[in-house]
Design a protein around this ligand. Structure first.
Ligand SMILES: Cc1cc2nc3c(=O)[nH]c(=O)nc-3n(C[C@H](O)[C@H](O)[C@H](O)COP(=O)(O)O)c2cc1C
Length: 308
């Protein structure tokens, strides 16, 4: 082990990250909001909110509720739109020392996604794209792409052709075989896959007999989904050769280690940031300590180290 402790760098699709811990899309705003709270140069990277061609209002409220060991959300991709992001937020991000920005892309159609990519391609300060093929809370686009192999193939191959940066494809867990969908994304040119997005779920208020989320269904995230997400990461890592970025219910450093053992090259942390805005940084620090105390010299050696 070097005098600086374990080597925490990982390589995702040719991009070297100083830590495997990344802040997940939709739970870290546009990054700039967290400036005072989290040192962006201490975490691997952060993923922006989903960016669409035009601004989106999102779904009616209530759109977030707490559940046992997690939360259900149906935000519906509320965002300022890609152009205002590039003009208003990105210049601030460029000034923030060490911030590694992954832009999350959303579109109702393939053409919409291509328009977003074209705007981002011309902007400086973005390291990678994450294509959201998995949002469960919009009536079209999102999960519709991620649950149909033919549509996913078309979406990924055309965005890859347009993208001037590495393309990571975010997969839906709401499928029978996520390994098969990952294979489709890989064959279509994805440089990496990330998983999981949220699980379609429903909660009912017994007194009013109404769904507790105005959208009726929403996406379940947080510790409740972790064992399913770890299993899916394992299946995907078996199915593809490209890097796998794992997420779903990571709260502690040990959770992140578990995802890496299952086959993840890096991990993302979402819901945990709601309870503790410093969660991503704390998990990154905790992983380094965990590696040191377990004589792990290079964190990347954890990837796929599960013993069967
Ligand atoms: C409030 C909220 C908003 C989200 N918005 C997005 C989004 O805009 N794009 C996206 O790809 N995923 C979005 N997600 C999904 C998360 O990035 C992540 O995949 C999921 O929550 C599982 O990880 P977690 O259990 O650590 O939260 C959102 C999740 C939450 C809880």
């Amino acid at each position: 082990m070097s005098s600086h402790g374990p080597d925490m760098t990982v390589n995702v699709a040719g991009v070297e990250l100083r830590s495997p811990v990344i802040a997940a899309s939709g739970t870290f705003g546009y990054g700039v909001e967290f400036e005072e709270i989290v040192s962006l140069d201490r975490i691997g990277a952060f993923v922006t909110k989903g960016l669409s061609k035009e601004p989106m209002q999102g779904n009616p409220t209530p759109r977030i509720i707490e559940t046992a060991a997690g939360m259900i959300n149906a935000i519906g991709l509320q965002n300022m739109g890609v152009r205002p992001f590039v003009e208003e937020k990105l210049p601030k991000l460029r000034q923030m020392k060490g911030a590694v920005v992954i832009a999350n892309i959303f579109g109702y159609t393939v053409e919409d996604c291509l328009d977003v990519i074209r705007v981002l391609n011309d902007a400086e300060g973005i390291t990678m794209y994450e294509l959201n093929a998995s949002c469960p809370n919009t009536s079209h686009g999102g999960m519709v792409f991620g649950t149909d192999p033919g549509l996913l193939r078309e979406l990924v191959s055309r965005t890859k052709e347009a993208a001037k940066r590495p393309l990571m494809v975010k997969l839906s867990p709401n499928v029978t075989s996520i390994g098969q969908m990952a294979k489709v994304a890989e064959e279509a040119g994805a440089d990496a896959v990330s998983l999981v997005n949220t699980f379609v779920s429903l909660a009912i208020d017994l007194e009013t007999k109404r769904p507790r989320i105005a959208n009726v269904t929403g996406g379940l995230s947080g510790p409740a989904i972790k064992p399913i997400a770890v299993r899916m990461v394992y299946e995907v890592a078996e199915a593809v050769k490209i890097p796998v970025v794992g997420m779903g219910g990571i709260v502690r450093a040990e959770d992140a280690v578990e995802f890496m053992m299952a086959g993840a090259t890096a991990v993302q942390v979402g819901t945990a940031s709601y309870a503790d805005p410093r969660a991503v940084e704390n998990i990154a620090n905790g992983m380094k300590k965990w590696c040191a105390s377990h004589q792990v010299e290079r964190v990347c050696s954890l990837t796929g180290s599960v013993v069967l």
